[in-house]
Design a protein around this ligand. Sequence first.
Ligand code: MSP
Length: 522
Amino acid sequence: MAEPAETAYITTPIYYVNDRPHIGHAYTTTLCDIWARSMRAGGRDVFFLTGTDEHGVKVEKSARARGITPLELANENAAEFRKVMDLFELTYDDFIRTTEARHVSQVQTAVRRLLESGDVYLGEFEGWYDEGQEEYHTETKAKELGYASPISGQPLVRATQTNYFFRLSAYQERLERLFGERPDFVRPEARRNEVLGRLRDGLQDVPITRTNFEWGIPFPGDEEHVIYVWIDALMNYATAVGMCEEPDGDRSRYWPADFHVIGKEILWFHAVIWPAVLMALGLPQPGCIYAHSFWISEGQKMSKSLGNFIDLEQLQGYMSTYGTDALRYFMATQGPQGATDSDFSRAQFHETYTTDLVNTVGNCASRTSAMVDKYLGGTCPARSGEGAVGALDWSDFTSGQVREHLDAMDRFELGRAIEAAMRIIRRVDTYINETQPFKLARDPEESGQVAGILYDCLEAIRIASCLLESTMPARIAELRAAWNLGAASGDLEAECGWGRLEPGTVISKVALFPRLELEEQA
Ligand code: MSP
């Protein structure tokens, strides 16, 4: 019997239903989508999870303000998020909603286990209470606020609240050990250092229930309390694959996740609280918490007050002018995957589109297929090897780039992975300029040489296109159709072996990325 395929599990944060979808949501989900597609192309059994975070006081308040129930609000906005993901053709395998019964019941099971193990206990929380806002502040925060409500100006009052607490303090040493043993547990490194810095300040137990509102998962056995929205939300990564069910569901084979991809603002919850909860539940740790940075918009931080979010309408504008693949490529190569923020500017978008996609990928494929059409009647020539010039060994060169690409993808370094593919394309361009097949073609004696050169070009582009397919699925599908390359085989590495392109294959001319003027963008 064949070995079962190696599994791969990647997650996005689950998005708050009280927000409208914007570039940030599209970005994280697109990064995960590229990785998921690439792993599928490599034959792995992939589970790609996204969804919505639907509980909490904010949802309750927004719903009340609109005169609808929290669930009605959640239904409406969860549908909106889903629509966006489908519009972007994001290939998630499941979309989890925290109001679903499968999630609620497993969260309660998990919390019950934590109560039994003593990791959750009933305790008292003393703090500065804002009566108007029904909100507690810590000493530091209250001092910052001048001990008055930032909303009503009324003085904060000293009050105690009874809550269930998670014994986070008990996990200090184990967390330090985890971070020490697994330097790649939190990436990029700057983010890891941030967490380590805060960890050194020491951990305190955290309240994990609330009593001042109702829109949440009832605490098992004490329905006065609802489970704090962050604990509820983090658990989605486990409940979606049935980790808190007895017995574990079929999907438990995916556990633990290879990557929890998040934005940097929610790092603490993912890098400290979540691993501690998993330790308490006796579940294995994820491979990596990957925290990317933020998009800013035309040089400014995106904020509600400035109203400058790159929203769905704008994204649709880019998609209809440049195509979804161009947006994906831009996000993956120019985005804030590292430790610094990136600016989303129209000019930069247009520039990247023109330089990388029109002038490089598109031009190289169209130039090559046009020559094959003109000099070889639109058929792939024999693998003669006659085209080789200088010291360039195409097989060696491409296999090096393929290895680099696969290694980078495995490590979720999307920019480096894409760059390896682009290097192949750029090398083809240089090769054409060096060997000048369009000049050689004037001399019938050189026809063998021309054919050899063009085979190399076609084959190198084919290999690069296999590597670019996870980033630009639609345009590469066009190329596959025009060059009769067939469907992906599920063994990306083998498919990228030099010489797989069959002589005699009909090659049609392609124009993958039309040249556009910047003004055309609405
Ligand atoms: N519901 C929580 C997450 C719970 S996960 C267990 C949440 N939701 S959110 O709707 O606010 O989405 C936050 C995520 O959106 C960020 O972590 C990030 O992935 C993405 N982004 C939001 N704004 C962003 C930018 N400006 N730039 C890039 N991504 C950002 O937090």
